[in-house]
Ligand binder design. Sequence first.
Ligand SMILES: Cc1ncc(COP(=O)(O)O)c(C=O)c1O
Length: 423
Amino acid sequence: MSAIDLRLLPTTASVDGAGNLSIGGVSIADLASQFGTPLFVYDEQHLRERCREAVAAFGPDSVIYATKAFLCKAMAQLAHEEGVLLDVATGGEFHVALQAGVPGDRCVMHGNNKSLDELRMAITNNIRHIVVDSFDELSRLETLHAEGLAVPRVQLRITPGVHVNTHDYISTGQDDSKFGFNLNNGDAHRAIEQARNSAAVNLVGIHCHIGSNVLAIENFEDASKVMVDLFASSGLQELTLGGGLGVAYTERDNAPTMQQWSTVLKRAAASLPSTARIYVEPGRSIVATAGITVYNVGTVKHIEGVRTYIAVDGGMSDNMRPALYESEYEVFDPARTNADRTERARIVGKHCESGDILVFNAPVAPNVAVGDLLVTPVTGAYGYSMANNYNKVTRPAVVFVANGVARLVVRRENLDDLTRLDV
Ligand SMILES: Cc1ncc(COP(=O)(O)O)c(C=O)c1O
């Protein structure tokens, strides 16, 4: 197998004559020795370019970054500076956005089971709109109205009954879904009617999100057609067509570009009046390829005739995706970036589970040894955001790199953090 495909790396990745990788003008070896491993490294230029590309493709104030993909104060600030709105799916995500200085009216709130407190927080902080997911949520908004809270602008999340080619766990637009108002059984129409007649909400639009890591552009086309028909007959002003644009995780994947995505959505919406306001909510496609994870190898175990296991100092606590969805990744040694990866190994973590796998059957450069660094690229989305303390490991640090400077944006947890909640 050949060397790592550089298209999987962030924009500013560069490799010197000896094969050492740098991102944002900072060498990975230096980052590992300064900040330790495991380490999340984000290319700030890449993040900004992806935000700009999305805004250029869809227009100003039309792109809502889905913060669940990766959120910390620095990320919220970066997206806000680039003119991108923020999708928060919980009070916790909203809290981080507010703490980062993002005004409430630059955020929208999601969630299939928002509590009264979360809804109250959204309204009192002047959220741009709430995407209402259920009849129970409409009742909760009536309760808050009775308390005298302001009337929020709302969109209704519709489940358009569209199947997508992605993992079942991240497929959300089919009839059998916990999310949204079902179109095919009439719930969507009933919810529109109810919201329209309610004094507790100001119904401005409808919303759908069919799933995540969608690689087949036809899936977006199918869902958009259904949503555009419903929107046209509803007389509403705002239509959100979700996020879900997939990315290439391995050399075998082909993902549509942001431009192709926008062309398909705009074509579907071409018949709508120019006053219709269209939003999209990309998460993964903004941050995934901007981030890499750097690990240190601690154990190499050869089982003759079976396989080689290479264990690193992180694992399912910093990247749950292989364990959750059998997601595939590439891996390489950042000191030998150009080396052909002629051997095979399973890259595993340090947790007490056989399912603690980072790469199932990875091509690796020959003779990976204890003390080597390994990098998994395309780990900028749903890696740190799903990170956990299983086995009481401390969560990694996150650095942003740009113009030769590394900026620590989330510090590494320490042992005291592991008992800070114990009473
Ligand atoms: C409502 C909603 N919008 C947007 C997204 C972002 O999806 P992605 O990161 O695949 O773009 C999600 C993720 O699941 C979501 O639930």
